[in-house]
Write a protein that binds this ligand. Sequence first.
Ligand code: A2P
Length: 275
Amino acid sequence: MSLDLNVTQADKPAKTLPDAQTVTAVRHWTDRLFSFRVTRPASLRFRSGEFVMIGLPDDNGKPILRAYSIASPNWDDELEFYSIKVPDGPLTSKLQHIKAGDQIILRPKPVGTLVLDALLPGKRLWFLATGTGIAPFASLMRDPESYERFDQIIMLHTCRLGAELEYGRELVADLRHDPLLTELYGEGFANRLLYYPTTTRESSPQMGRITDNLLSGKVFEDLGVPAMNPAEDRAMVCGSLEFNIDAKKVLEGFGLAEGANSAPREFVVEKAFVG
Ligand code: A2P
């Protein structure tokens, strides 16, 4: 599909809409999940973990926009996004068909609560994600500033099926040999990024909901880290509304309190894009 975002009139030269960006790559991970990369507006500055509005024009040319976390780190020349495909979703039913060379609409106004500035200094930074909620952490995991601020980054990701973990699995495997991070932090860097993927509806080496595995202490035991405590641990949460509510309760149970950009504390929460 090639989208025509050009305004062409007989008496005027072709003019591209101001917020159009070009798709550079698309990868389908499962029949429900895909990621894509687009050109980055020269003026766009963002903090890793933030989101922007992206979309496509509808049949009448009116934009259909949704919030998407930027999955690429802020040093990247391009922008990456990770999306679910909802068959009857107003945007994703169309967006899932994009290919390199197509154009999408991107409003260059990044915002969001999953930013390092919203957390007090600490020792370990936990990322808690379900499904496509891993997207903002794909950005933060690749940002050297995360490793400047914390000794360890711990990525907990839960999906129903093993194949749905693949995007995160590949990202972490690549990161452990990342030339920039290895140059900055040495070979020992790989030990500073812990990864704990689990499934809930298909058998895999580690199973169970993040909330249950934290409450039972299984995560701490398996990873060899102390139980979460407000003196050392900071966390960011991104998933469905229900997951966010339950994860917040679990974190509060460990004595952590929710913060914001204007009032940094021990954890922050944001809802993943759905639909
Ligand atoms: P489960 O299979 O036990 O529902 P979904 O696709 O429904 O958004 O779920 C993605 C993953 O998040 C699934 O593994 C699901 O587990 C898990 N999940 C859904 N809701 C919660 C919740 N409230 N607390 C913890 N994990 C959840």
